[in-house]
Design a protein around this ligand. Structure first.
Ligand SMILES: [Zn+2]
Length: 214
């Protein structure tokens, strides 16, 4: 987790409140947590765990290094008059809750009504991925995805629905497995036009077609 941080610590003058921790410090922090949990970080099975955890964090939190707006700036303007809803549904979503740093696993549905710009659908999935790979709460994640699409594409409307299970709720605390949280953010026509909103809700709740399995 070094490339994207702007502050570079000065040797011998590290101010822990602002300095960018080194890989070594991150691994030492994992060793501390292992000891705190009651185990021995020097035993054989755990000896490489701190470096594995650091590498896993680089993946889990890779989203801090990317700007989702950049992804959407490469748009296709020639729509041949296509002005109906574009919907990407059942996008796999993996994030981490910012309160407990444990996984949030679910799916996202993203739709927009093009103005005069459309974007490759893989780009919408990338936007979901970039915001997901940060410490999040589901409400903020949902709003960030919708707002980013609104600001970059200027569509006539954006809808984002996320359904997800929070491991901080399923494996600890109140321990309620099977519970999912649903959040939505509707902008433009999806907020103002009940017909558009209904069409979107019907599309995301209809069973997947056979085509979707291939
Ligand atoms: Zn949590």
């Amino acid at each position: 987790m070094t490339e994207h941080k702007k502050k570079v610590p000065v040797a011998g003058q590290a101010d822990l409140s602002t300095a960018n921790p080194t890989r070594e410090q991150a691994e030492e922090a994992v060793r501390t947590l292992i000891r705190w949990a009651g185990d021995d970080p020097d035993r054989e099975g755990l000896i490489d765990t701190p470096s594995r955890v650091a590498r896993a964090y680089e993946e889990f939190f890779a989203g801090y290094q990317d700007d989702p707006s950049d992804i959407l700036r490469r748009t296709f303007e020639e729509t041949d008059g296509y002005d109906e809803m574009v919907l990407l549904r059942d996008i796999r979503l993996e994030s981490h809750c910012e309160h407990h740093m444990v996984p949030i696993i679910g799916k996202a549905h993203v739709a927009y009504l093009p103005g005069n710009r459309v974007v490759g659908i893989s780009k919408l999935a990338r936007v979901v991925e970039i915001y997901s790979r940060r410490l999040q709460i589901q409400e903020k994640l949902t709003a960030q995805i919708a707002n980013c699409i609104q600001e970059e594409l200027h569509p006539r409307g954006v809808a984002v629905v996320i359904e997800a299970a929070h491991q901080c709720m399923t494996t600890r605390g109140v321990r309620k497995p099977g519970v999912t949280m649903v959040t939505s953010r509707m902008l433009g026509a999806f907020r103002d036009d009940p017909t558009t909103r209904r069409e979107f809700m019907a599309l995301i709740s209809s069973p997947a077609t056979g085509l979707a399995n291939h």
